[in-house]
Ligand binder design. Structure first.
Ligand code: ZN
Length: 198
């Protein structure tokens, strides 16, 4: 017989990516055993993040400041924009520490199946940034899935009107590969060997 409170915590944790009900119960037990040490730190960290997280108005990154740390960094090259599907992809690419430009988060990928249309993604924000000028290159860093590639193709067409370089991550990414799951060396290589679209 488990209390309602513990049950509530376990089912909240079970909804986290990568955790099922079983692992969620293990996490709860682990926390219960460390309620004096690990639990307060976790509560504090969650509260901090909950209070301060904001979406960057420029790139869509999630950070504790707006503009985000990347957009606000004067060492970043604003002439190059790397377009990604999700914030997780941005974080993965930035961990590879090879790209010195800025990012743009679409917030998903085009999908006929899931009914995701261009207007559901932040395509307008990207076009506006390019239209404002000062951009030399847009790197399309979509996942190597069918939907990711459809999205990249669509963006390449929309960007054609501008006199900029449009590149995409090198092949060699595993098909169906989600950027977030790739190791930093593979990502760095895909970025380094990026090639023009078309
Ligand atoms: Zn930003």
């Amino acid at each position: 017989m488990v209390s309602q409170e513990i049950e509530t915590l376990a089912s909240a944790l079970a909804r986290l990516p990568g955790l099922g009900p079983r692992s969620a119960r293990r996490v709860v037990l682990w926390l219960v055993k460390r309620r004096e040490t690990a639990l307060p730190a976790l509560i504090e960290a969650l509260a901090q993040v909950g209070e301060t997280l904001v979406e960057c108005d420029i790139c869509g990154n999630v950070d504790t400041s707006n503009p985000c740390g990347i957009c606000a960094d004067p060492r970043r090259d604003t002439k190059a924009i790397c377009v990604v599907e999700d914030v997780a992809d941005l974080w993965a690419l930035d961990r590879a520490k090879l790209f010195t430009g800025t990012y743009h988060v679409l917030g998903g990928r085009l999908s006929a199946l899931d009914g995701v249309r261009p207007e559901d993604l932040d395509v307008a924000g990207l076009l506006a940034r390019v239209e404002r000028g000062g951009v030399d290159e847009v790197v399309l860093a979509m996942n190597a899935t069918l939907e990711g590639q459809t999205t990249a193709h669509y963006l390449a067409e929309r960007l054609e009107a501008f006199s900029i370089r449009i590149t995409q991550l090198a092949h060699g990414l595993p098909v169906g590969g989600e950027l977030d799951y790739l190791d930093e060396g593979t990502l760095a290589q895909a970025l380094r060997a990026r090639r023009p679209v078309g």
